[in-house]
Write a protein that binds this ligand. Sequence first.
Ligand SMILES: Nc1ncnc2c1ncn2[C@@H]1O[C@H](COP(=O)(O)OP(=O)(O)O)[C@@H](O)[C@H]1O
Ligand SMILES: [Mg+2]
Length: 296
Amino acid sequence: MNNDAMNNDAMNNELLALEGVGKSYGTVRALQDVSLTLRAGEISCVLGDNGAGKSTLIKIISGLHHHDEGSYTVGGEEVRFDSPRQALDRGIATVYQDLAVVPLMPVWRNFFLGSEQGHRRWGGLRLDADAMRATTREALARMGIDLHDVDRPIGTLSGGQRQCVAIARAVHFGARVLILDEPTAALGVKQSGVVLKYVTAARDAGLGVVLITHNPHHAYLVGDHFTLLKRGRMAGSHPRDEIGLEQLTTEMAGGSDLAELSHELARPAVTGPAVTGPAVTGPTTTAEPREERPQP
Ligand SMILES: Nc1ncnc2c1ncn2[C@@H]1O[C@H](COP(=O)(O)OP(=O)(O)O)[C@@H](O)[C@H]1O
Ligand SMILES: [Mg+2]
């Protein structure tokens, strides 16, 4: 890439970009021709059903997998990470669905896991627990996270609180890109709201956020850009001002697929006498048109 292009990217605040990215697992084409640009201070949502390729996409961004087609650039420079550590060194932090925490360890130990503070002594590291406790408290408070007791085992926190700690941790350790894989998937309405609040706090701190979700309502609450994946391909890519929640929901639900499903569900279930054994009154899910039951 030439200097002009690099300067342009810097002026756009572009943190990373994927262009025409593809990835296969053996004979399974998990991703095909996917493009996405992430800028600082932006939440880019990736939506799609199970198996759409969302996790594969973020595994490529976060250095866990290699793409085998297309290009991946960070700050305008082509990259090929060999490990999540390399991505992290470039400021790309990932919070996975199944958070890697040590449940019995206190919150502050988990906060510093892998980045412990202390002094070298007798060939080992003597942990500076008080400093780490204080820093954890401050970092959480700075994100507006109200957690009084950082000595609590992290396993006693709710799923939502754990996501929040993970987000604060990434911000504290200087991430410029935060990738979240379905952070609200296992959460109730209220906890989801709390997590989404900290997602916007990360954006407001100037990070670029890639938010994976299959919930268009969650995406639309916070998103600046929406990419839809369907069976590994991009089925849509829209800046917020070009799409409303309703259209996003329809596209996410599969548009025409949903219309077909609603048509199918509207059909009377089984005509004739009730059957208890294996259904013998004919197929119920074929494309074959069947007669509507006359309305009384
Ligand atoms: N490690 C793997 N080996 C083989 N196939 C995989 C692997 N990971 C994902 N896949 C397949 O790739 C496709 C996309 O999966 P994934 O990226 O996990 O989708 P999503 O996160 O949207 O549910 C699916 O068909 C899935 O079965
Ligand atoms: Mg997934």
